[in-house]
Design a protein around this ligand. Sequence first.
Ligand code: SAH
Length: 340
Amino acid sequence: MIDIMSYTEEECVAYAVAKGESGYRGKQLFGWFRKGITSFDEMKNIPRGLCDIIKNECLLAGCAAVKTQISSDGTRKYLFRLHDGEMIESVFMKYIHGNTVCVSTQAGCRMGCVFCASTINGLKRNLYPSEMLSQITEIQKDTGERVSNVVLMGMGEPLDNYENVIKFLRLLNCEKGLNIGYRHVSLSTCGLTDKMERLADEGLPVTLSVSLHAPNGNARKQLMPIANKYGYDELLKTCVEYEKKTKRRVSFEYALISGVNDRQTDAHELGKRLKGTLCHVNLIPLNQTERKVYKSSEKSHIETFTNILESYKITVTVRRSLGGDISAACGQLKAETADG
Ligand code: SAH
């Protein structure tokens, strides 16, 4: 089956022409797909014959909400079913600077970070570009509000689904689509350096966030198996090159785990490593998952950690956790069952 909902405008035109229709029909198709239709029958101005062909050979790869939870802070978490029954979660957050959707890029994840719930059952499959877009269009329909910012920080490792994520970003940015500027998009990666290098050459000015979570390679390996494949020095070097090439500041995410990576010595080591680079460190007080052995740092430790990093002239922010009461915060998303 063809994933026609992920086609670019040119691909839609080529498809229509191949079916003996005008290129204009292809443009009409593209317009419908960008609206986030949930049935091909919604395409009222497309001739019956073409519509039947599409129904026969194409997939309507979107998301259907099976459960919505609303947090006391207004954050909404959606459990979506995909066309083949796989489940993913997405989160809608309201910030002063606009409404943000946290998009999942894979059903499950194979990166194995020890503190994250998304990876517990491994990777089920990559999401299509259309399925990433559909998370946003469905949330816009449900809330009746426009989404202006997108963070690729839901389930999955975006750079492990590289081609589909890049296509998604281009469709997201397109004028006939959601028309969301690249500067309003953040992509978070656990640090696949070869893919980060490729991303730097795409010419997409999205903000790159890198999940660092440790002050050195050995400590990082304890938390993130991927650190065995891509070394710490190599990762930092890639970030510096990314900044040089794109002129965009890289943001480092650092989840503070009590007694594991939140000691004063850790802060000094990290400070020394990052001193003089253009980066920004975003500290994330650890959110609770089923892996109860890991606990969030105490408030006073977070403050001390922040002060030490600042003494190395590093810009530090502490991420405000949203949706914790409905397990919608960073690292808490998983493929729950509808009644789970
Ligand atoms: N695969 C991408 C996106 C993951 S989600 C990545 O690794 O960057 C976004 C952020 O939440 C990542 O920095 C991730 O490491 C972090 N995270 C995962 N589990 C968490 C938890 N329990 N508490 C706080 N942050 C967590």
